[in-house]
Ligand binder design. Sequence first.
Ligand SMILES: N[C@@H](CCC(=O)N[C@@H](CS)C(=O)NCC(=O)O)C(=O)O
Length: 205
Amino acid sequence: MIQIYHVPATRGVRPIWLCEELGLSYEILPVDFSPEYRASAEWRAMNPVGKVPVMIDTDANDLKIYESGAMVQYILDRYGEGRLQPTPGTAEHAIYLQWSWFAEATFARPLGEIVNHFREFPGDKTKEDVVEEMRDRARLSLDAIIPEIANKDYILGEQFSAADIMLGYTIMLCEKYLKETLPERIQPYWERLEARPAYRAAMGL
Ligand SMILES: N[C@@H](CCC(=O)N[C@@H](CS)C(=O)NCC(=O)O)C(=O)O
């Protein structure tokens, strides 16, 4: 059984969305998201940097993973039976990996900095120029996606893949943390993703 320690609408959405797409059973274990609990010895034993999500696979010696992208890749490789990713070692798979990593390492990073900034410098201490720089970086990542989805339904082509799950979560963050609506040319892609029953289930919608 895959267990996901999760806080609603946070990165645990990615492995949950994937389990829903693949029809795998999983269990959600709620986590107290307060800074105090995440700094506790109990939670640091689960995740040494105090973040969520954490995944345990009880069918694999209680294997524990605490990076959402690694969870997605593990679930695909162990339980996916070839679905939702190209064949490993091919050029298509390299592009799939690129977008999966891009989603978290490049695209989500400035959005995470916005969240951190508001937490560390609330109210009058907020440095608008820092936040705006992070918004610009996120906009640049959105711009990088636009030509890729111009003539296709999903990031790899006509087939939905787990790279769309990785990107979809980050686009959802843009909706929350950029002040403006998403660029018009991203909208059809995003509407396609957010309409998926598996996404809606993972978000509790
Ligand atoms: N790269 C990690 C990022 C995890 C992460 O930043 N999680 C957020 C919630 S979505 C969190 O726990 N934030 C609390 C904090 O950073 O203090 C992943 O993809 O799992």
